[in-house]
Design a protein around this ligand. Structure first.
Ligand code: GLU
Length: 471
């Protein structure tokens, strides 16, 4: 195994791509890229009742959105039954596996007995040395596990973990209907695909000594392992829907940027000094398992939101505009195919990108630029659209109407002149205008807002605010 590093992500398509799976895929991809290796995607769909094509598509979509690019695959285990059969037969012919004719009822009775006597629930080896097959029974195939000594797993994150072989059962590798079991398919595929490093969640650690014996039985150099610590919720329970959305595409729907989610996921377990924000090139360059901790990580949605805000601030406005359009269509601000002028929209986005933490927030703010009318926030209306603002607003309206050069600096000059004349602070005029133009009290600088909204629309909105005061 002196060639390239080969890793794989092996999701079971029994659900959407979730945060834990995405992080596993990410660590695999980074490790491969860092080492100039190969990243294989393998779909473990042998559980035919729970696996669906929709989930396969959902996993592929999630990976695509996050930029988790694989070099080979997707391979599907259900296309590979002939291969598994061949490997099972090889083990039988070498005496490393045997047919077992014990019936489920028999096994259950023994299990109960062992339980009541407080013995380990282990196969008793009855068929290990059977000379003659039992008539009329479709046997399962069991792997002959070593019964003495220990199995040592070298893990790049946890160091060496020792398992007593006594604890290991003679594993069923093929069912009575001839279908292979999970532990067999994983190992055969890893062998067949030349996998050198197995990077997966540490919920699989229990399977590892069993699988390790299988690699050995196939004469395959045992791969290196990296078992990733779990991701927990804030209450230290395993991450679940209770702690927030766990499906990757839910974060697309909530207006997250894929780069931000990737940056968040990589920090769940991995660190590089105290750097928080990484470019994708930096991730590839710095990634190693030495910097992955042993302890479980806690999912922190606030930090993810903060990171997303950072990525939005630092995004190229043109790219951000491209990304926000689907959200504008979705919330009905824009009709597909009738998008506002692109250059104008980019300018609007630029005024907002420092304040929006998600694309949804960005779209919501863009609404007051794009829509014909604004809706007044009741509190803002009560507080700022008052009798005392009427004259100021009227004067502003007149001033704006007679402006030829509707630029930010000219608008500012006008504001200052009006406020000076009436001996009021700028805010006295700016806040009512803000409510008139945006419906609320939070927005980018008012001159910027006026500039983007444009003369005609701005005047109409101010007129409407004056009307509201009148009533
Ligand atoms: N199919 C397994 C899962 O989705 C992963 C098996 C492995 O990585 O070895 O949990």
């Amino acid at each position: 195994m002196s060639g390239k590093i080969r890793v794989r992500f092996a999701p079971s398509p029994t659900g959407f791509l979730h945060l834990g799976g995405a992080r596993t895929a990410l660590f695999n991809m980074l490790y491969a890229k860092h080492n100039n290796g190969v990243f294989v995607l393998r779909i473990e769909d042998t559980d035919r009742e729970r696996s669906t094509d929709e989930y396969i598509d959902a996993i592929l979509n999630g990976m695509k959105w996050l930029g988790l690019d694989y070099d080979e695959g997707p391979l599907r285990q259900t296309d590979r039954f002939d291969i598994y059969k061949k490997y099972v037969e090889q083990l039988i012919s070498e005496g490393k596996a045997y047919h077992c004719y014990c019936s489920p009822e028999e096994l259950e009775a023994r299990r109960k007995e062992a339980m009541s006597e407080g013995r380990p629930l282990k196969y008793n080896g009855k068929c290990r040395n059977l000379k003659e097959p039992a008539a009329g029974v479709n046997p399962v195939v069991r792997f002959r596990m070593p019964q003495e000594g220990v199995t040592m797993v070298d893990d790049l994150i946890r160091g060496t973990i020792t398992f007593e072989n006594e604890q290991l059962d003679d594993l069923i590798i093929s069912r009575s209907d001839g279908t292979p079991t999970y532990n067999l398919t994983v190992v055969v595929d890893d062998v067949d695909m030349g996998i050198t490093h197995i990077v997966r969640g540490d919920d699989h650690l229990n399977n590892t000594p069993r699988q390790l014996q299988l690699y050995k039985a196939f004469g395959y150099e045992v791969p290196k392992f990296a078992h990733l610590p779990m991701i927990l919720g804030s209450d230290k329970a395993r991450l679940s829907k209770r702690h927030g959305a766990t499906s990757v595409m839910a974060y697309y729907d909530m207006g997250y940027l894929p780069e931000a989610l990737i940056n968040y996921l990589v920090r769940l377990g991995w660190s590089y000094g105290d750097q928080e924000i990484f470019t994708s090139e930096e991730l590839v360059k710095y990634f190693s398992f030495e910097n992955v901790g042993k302890a479980a990580s806690v999912f922190n949605p606030e930090k993810l939101l903060w990171l997303n805000g950072q990525y939005i601030i630092n995004s190229d406005p043109e790219k951000l505009t491209e990304l926000v359009i689907p959200f504008l269509v979705k919330d009905g601000t824009v009709t597909e195919g009738q998008e506002p002028d692109r250059a104008w929209l980019v300018k609007a986005v630029e005024t907002l990108q420092e304040r929006a933490k998600t694309l949804i927030e960005l779209a919501a703010s863009l609404k007051y630029y794009i829509a014909e009318d604004v809706e007044f926030d009741e509190k803002a209306k009560k507080k700022f659209l008052q009798e005392s603002s009427r004259n100021l607003l009227n004067e502003l309206k007149e001033g704006l109407s007679s402006m030829d050069d509707f630029s930010e600096s000219k608008i500012e000059e006008l504001f200052r002149a009006i406020c000076e004349k009436h001996e009021v602070k700028l805010g006295k005029l700016a806040q009512p205008v803000r409510v008139a133009l945006t419906g609320g009290t939070q927005s980018p600088g008012i001159f910027e807002v006026l500039d983007v909204v444009g003369k005609e629309k701005a005047i109409r909105r101010i007129e409407k605010a004056i009307e509201v005061i009148g009533n």
